[in-house]
Design a protein around this ligand. Sequence first.
Ligand code: NAP
Length: 306
Amino acid sequence: MHDIVIVGAGPAGLTAAIYACRASKSVLVLEARSYGGQIVNTPSIENYPVEMNISGFDFAVRLYEQAKALGAEIVFEKAVGMEDNGRYKTVVTPKNRYDAKAVILATGSENRKLGLEGEDELIGRGLSYCATCDGNFYRKKTVAVVGGGNTALEDALYLSDLAAKVYLIHRRDAFRGEERTARRLREKENVEPVLDSVVTALNANRKLTSVCVLNKKTGETREIALDGLFVAVGRVPENVSFEKYIDLDEAGYAASGENCRTKTPGLFVAGDNRAKDVRQLVTATADGAVAATEAVKYISSLETED
Ligand code: NAP
């Protein structure tokens, strides 16, 4: 029996681990992929307090090492479900069952897809969801980024230093991402915004060769020849495996108060899978701190009952 099982080793989960360990709780963190979550794909973090400029990867490594040094046990298994046994919960993975007095879901989110024919088959053949992972393959080539949020803007900026040409395809004429980044992009001569436009087809000959892009205002479709397409159209929260125990909003985010509690006593949510207005690194780590503190309080209340 652990005191707290945390599902997800991204910024929210690892910060929760730090706070729980410092409260002398035994902590197990389960992670389905590699630690760090989405932030590892950010080339440069410039809006986290104190850090003027740190790569997402370096940030993740430091956070992971901090959680480990404080005593968190981190196991790389995917949590596929949970059972609520009243005074304790069981988190289930394909290999094991882990009992805990409290559980924190910091599962984050996964890439939203465009939903176009051939999308899955073209991953690694010209289509990617991670500019920092795959951008290097497109040195001096022609690429496009789809999306208008911070990820798309930052990806386009990053790629503009590698690729010969970067199209930035966005479905509206205003970006959702920060104006400061949009301004830096406008200064790049090799970045061409393709606004009010959606990708309607992926054309390939074993590898991606071009995309068809429909301008929603003019109704015209153009074909853009490409070596690479980077899809950055947001994320989908990973809450489905736990939906029996949490209320989800229509987009699938987990409802909780600002105290990160859910409708199930002893079950907390933290980070990008939680319903909230601002999804940033700093709000993910803040959630982790709140969820762990609340979980510690919950465990104390169980002990008081005994
Ligand atoms: P996001 O902010 O949700 O933006 C997704 C973008 O994709 C939006 O521009 C959206 O268009 C577009 N989109 C959504 N579905 C689409 C579809 N089916 N086809 C075409 N376009 C579609 O997602 P994100 O950029 O991944 O960012 C996620 C969160 O992380 C945000 O809160 C963001 O601020 C944060 N983040 C922060 C940083 C940073 O602070 N350095 C870096 C990266 C991400 P509309 O605008 O029309 O809805």
